[in-house]
Design a protein. Structure first.
Length: 456
C-alpha cells in the first residue's frame, strides 16, 4: 500500500483542524478575561476527594493566578447525595467606584496607548483611531487627522455603570452633515451609543441606539442637547446602564431607553468615543467610568465528584444531581478501582459515562486525566498502567483534552514511587513536593498552556 503523499497528509491535517473541539480554551479564556462565573467538575476516585489532594490544590493555584477571583470548592457527599457546604478558598474582589478616569494631565502625541489616571491604557477599534486625539497637558484635543476611528476606555467590569465625558464640542455648520458618538459596549458588535447629530447649518439633535450583532436600532431621541452653530460649546455627557435601562444626560436634557433582557447580558463594558464627526480643537477634558452598583467578583466553583472506591458507574448513577449547574470543563480522573479491566473495557466505561454526561452538559469541555502509577503492595499494578497508557490515544481519538499525569510521575528518577503512599495506590497528599502537588502542577500547566495570559 503506498504511503501518504504530501497532499494526503495536508488534507488529514486540515480535516483534523476543522473538526477540533474545545479542550479547555473556553474555560481558561473566561478566567483570563473575567467574562463570567466559571464551573469546573471532576469525575474521580479517592485520589481527588480530600482538601490536600490535587483538585482543591488546583483551585488554590488558580486563586493565586487570579487574585480578584472568588474561588469555591464543593465535595460530593455519598450519604445525603448532595454537596457539602462550600469551602471558600478566596473571597475575591467586589468591584465598585471609579474603574477608569483620565484627566489628560500629561503630554502625548496620541491618546491611543497612553495611560490614564485610573485603569488600563487607552485602546482603539482599529488603526483609523491612530492620531485622532493628542494630549496637551490639560485635555485631549481633536487633531487634523482625517480618519474616524474610535478610542476605547476599558471598564474591565460587568454590571451597572456610567461613563461621564466632559469636554467642548464645536457645532459650527460646515455645509455637511456630521455626527459624534459616545459608546458603552460589550464588544464592537453589541452595545449602546448616543449620537449627537450636527446638520450642515449647525443645528443639533441627539438619538440613542442599541446595536445587537452589529445591527443598529434607535431606542430614544430627544431635544437639542447642546447649543447649535457655535464654536467650543462646553458639555458634560453622562451615559449609564442600570439593568436593561439606558439613560443619557447633557445638562437638563435627558433621554432614556431600554434594551431587551438578555441582549447584552454577558461580557464586560467598555466606553468609546468616535473621532469622525469632531472638528479640529474639540476637546475631551475628562473621561470617567463609574460602577453604579457594586459588582460581585467573578467566581470559580469546583464541583468535585471524586468518590472513594468508585468507578464511573457511580457518577453515572447520580446524573444530573452530581453536576447540577452548567459545567464549563469536566476532568475525568478514574482508573485505580477497575481491577483487571483491560484498555478496551476501561474505554467502554468512560464512553458510557460521557455518552450520558454530554447531552446534559453540551457546553462542557472534556478532559481526560491519567493518574499516578501504583506500587507494591497494590494488586493489579500492570493492568492499571496499561489502562493509563491508553488514555492519551483515547483522548486524541475522541477530541478530548489529555492531562499527562502518569508521564510526570514516571519521568522521575524513581518512577514516581516516592510520591505514592505505602498502600501503593494513593499519591502523597499536600501542597509541596508530593504526588498530589505534582498532579496539581501538571493540570495547572495544561490550562496555562491554553491561556491568553503569561504564567506569573
Amino acid at each position: 500500500m503506498p504511503s501518504d503523499t504530501v497532499s494526503d497528509l495536508r488534507n488529514k491535517f486540515y480535516t483534523k483542524s476543522l473538526t477540533a473541539t474545545d479542550v479547555g480554551e473556553s474555560f481558561i479564556t473566561a478566567l483570563d478575561l473575567g467574562t463570567k462565573d466559571v464551573n469546573i467538575a471532576v469525575a474521580g476516585d479517592s485520589t481527588g476527594n480530600d482538601s490536600t489532594e490535587w483538585p482543591v490544590l488546583l483551585m488554590q493555584k488558580f486563586a493565586t493566578r487570579y487574585p480578584s477571583l472568588k474561588v469555591v470548592s464543593k465535595l460530593w457527599n455519598t450519604t445525603n447525595l448532595n454537596y457539602d457546604a462550600p469551602v471558600v478558598h478566596q473571597a475575591g474582589v467586589t468591584v465598585s467606584g471609579t474603574v477608569f478616569r483620565d484627566t489628560f494631565t500629561r503630554v502625548a502625541a496620541d491618546v491611543y496607548g497612553s495611560t490614564p489616571d485610573v485603569g488600563n491604557a487607552w485602546g482603539r477599534d482599529g488603526s483609523n483611531a491612530n492620531g485622532d486625539w493628542s494630549i496637551n497637558g490639560s485635555a485631549a484635543v481633536r487633531t487634523a487627522d482625517a480618519t474616524g476611528g474610535m478610542i476605547i476606555a476599558e471598564s474591565g467590569s460587568a454590571g451597572d455603570q456610567k461613563v461621564t465625558v466632559v469636554g467642548t464640542l464645536s457645532t459650527t455648520g460646515t455645509g455637511s452633515n456630521r455626527s459624534v458618538r459616545f459608546y458603552l459596549f460589550k464588544d464592537l458588535s453589541n452595545g449602546i451609543f448616543v449620537q449627537i447629530a450636527i446638520d450642515s447649518a449647525g443645528a443639533t439633535a441627539w438619538t440613542m441606539f442599541k446595536f445587537i450583532n452589529a445591527v443598529n436600532t434607535q431606542i430614544a431621541s430627544g431635544p437639542v442637547p447642546v447649543t447649535s452653530n457655535t464654536a467650543d460649546v462646553p458639555f458634560t455627557l453622562e451615559l449609564s446602564v442600570a439593568g436593561t435601562a439606558v439613560t443619557a444626560k447633557i445638562g437638563a436634557n435627558i433621554i432614556t431607553g431600554n434594551f431587551a433582557s438578555g441582549e447584552l447580558s454577558s461580557g464586560l463594558w467598555s466606553a468609546g468615543i468616535t473621532g469622525g464627526g469632531h472638528l479640529v480643537n474639540d476637546t475631551l477634558d475628562s473621561v470617567t467610568i463609574d460602577i453604579i452598583t457594586p459588582t460581585p467578583p467573578q467566581t470559580l466553583t469546583l464541583y468535585n465528584g471524586s468518590v472513594a472506591g468508585s468507578i464511573l458507574s457511580y457518577q453515572l448513577s447520580q446524573l444530573p444531581a452530581i453536576y447540577p449547574v452548567p459545567i464549563d470543563s469536566l476532568i475525568v480522573n478514574s482508573g485505580h478501582n477497575y481491577g483487571n479491566y483491560d484498555e478496551k473495557a476501561y474505554a467502554n466505561a468512560i464512553d458510557a459515562f460521557l455518552q450520558a454526561f454530554k447531552p446534559l452538559q453540551p457546553s462542557a469541555s472534556i478532559l481526560i486525566s491519567s493518574q499516578n502509577p501504583q506500587k507494591p503492595p497494590a494488586a493489579g499494578r500492570y493492568a492499571h498502567l496499561q489502562r493509563l497508557s491508553s488514555l492519551r490515544k483515547y483522548a486524541s481519538r475522541n477530541g478530548y483534552g489529555y492531562i499527562p499525569v502518569i508521564e510526570a510521575f514516571t519521568a522521575l528518577p524513581d518512577g514516581g514511587a516516592s510520591l505514592v503512599l505505602s498502600d501503593g495506590v494513593h499519591p502523597t497528599p499536600g501542597p509541596t513536593n508530593t504526588g498530589s502537588s505534582l498532579w496539581r502542577d501538571v493540570a495547572y500547566k495544561y490550562f496555562t498552556d491554553l491561556s491568553l495570559r503569561p504564567v506569573p
